[in-house]
Design a protein around this ligand. Structure first.
Ligand code: FA5
Length: 331
């Protein structure tokens, strides 16, 4: 009987160790320590044990019983601690769609415009947004005391620099930087942010973007300027695009013009101003050491927001800067 109890204990413990999930554990409990399990059977056999052996067998039965019961409890809590905690995940449930980001409509417009001018032979130039008065004014034939330098029309910075610094008001500063850096002939475009303390409305913002174009060569005339702007307009807005130059004034070009494009706005064909342009003033060429008797050139500066608004039918410039994903998602 004692041998039988020993082998019962051994096989019960071996099977318990092999029970790897709650179902197997429950089967084990029923088979070994349940109301009709093997241990109960062994206990029922006690009555047939000779009287003198009963105390030893009885003691051994109790030992095996508590050994198996405590082994069962230990195994049960070990299995429970490995069970997944927290809410159950339904792996069959469809996932949430991953929202892909996209480029801002202005970045996209800038790339598209630069691409068009690139195909027309313009290289890309660059300049800083924080400028000195030399590049924003002096070299552009805007002398001290000129109304364009009024502090109410510019974002000047306070500081102890040799020359006052300001946030550039136009990308024409890059014309000067390009001519300082390279000898003619040259043909460049530059895009970037410019800053003016303008009140915000549907077509004005205090920070906006311009694209500047500059072409210096021998024998360049107003015809080349108008041809370049027409080529750009047709490439970007379609073969029906019409352009017009309206006489105007800029200190750094002579003659100067406003560049208008005819566009269909809400069904009506209208002339829309996109920017300014003209022949580079001889004073500007001289200031950067280019001989105006040998070289001539044209320049233009267009508002990129206005171009994007026309191209994509955007009625209000402020929408471009509000970062409302519902608006931006459309482009
Ligand atoms: C200029 O800035 C000249 N530098 C353009 C130029 C370059 C002339 C080279 C000759 C030679 P203007 O101030 O007109 O010009 O601005 C050009 C364009 O910028 C405008 O036609 C308009 O499209 C855009 N613009 C001007 N102010 C704002 C503003 N507050 N918000 C949005 N766009 C603006």
């Amino acid at each position: 009987m004692l041998d039988a109890l020993h082998s019962l204990e051994q096989s019960a413990l071996a099977e318990l160790a092999a029970a790897g999930n709650p179902d197997a554990l429950e089967k084990w409990r029923i088979a070994f320590i349940g109301a009709n399990g093997q241990l109960k059977n062994a206990m029922a056999g006690l009555k047939d044990v000779p009287k003198d052996l009963k105390p030893a067998v009885g003691k051994r039965l109790n030992e095996v019983k508590s050994a198996l019961e405590s082994a069962y409890e230990t195994r049960k809590s070990a299995l429970a601690s490995h069970a997944p905690s927290g809410p159950t995940v339904d792996l069959t449930e469809p996932g949430l769609p991953v929202g892909l980001g996209r480029r801002h409509v202005l970045s996209r417009t800038i790339d598209e415009i630069v691409d068009v001018f690139g195909r027309m032979g313009f290289a890309v130039a660059d300049g800083p947004e924080l400028e000195d008065e030399h590049h924003n004014f002096n070299a552009l034939n805007i002398p001290a005391g000129h109304p364009a330098r009024d502090p109410r029309d510019n974002f000047y910075l306070r500081g102890a620099w040799a020359e006052r610094l300001l946030l550039r008001t136009q990308t024409s500063t890059v014309q000067i930087r390009a001519m300082e850096a390279q000898k003619p002939p040259l043909k460049v475009v530059a895009t970037g942010r410019v800053y003016r303390p303008d009140a915000h409305d549907a077509t004005h913002y205090s920070m906006f973007h311009q694209i500047e174009g500059l072409c210096i060569d021998k024998g360049i005339s107003m015809v080349d300027l108008k041809t370049a702007l027409l080529q750009f307009a047709r490439a970007y807005f379609g073969p029906d695009a019409e352009v017009r130059l309206r006489p105007s004034f800029f200190p750094f070009t002579e003659p100067s013009a406003e560049f208008d494009m005819k566009m269909r706005i809400r069904g009506n064909l209208q002339w829309v101003e996109l920017g300014g342009c003209g022949m580079v003033d001889p004073n500007v060429l001289e200031a950067v050491g280019i001989d105006p008797e040998v070289w001539t050139g044209y320049a233009f500066g267009l508002g990129i927001e206005r171009i994007a608004m026309r191209r994509y039918g955007i009625a209000d410039i402020r929408w471009l800067f509000e970062n409302d994903a519902r608006f931006l998602r459309q482009f």
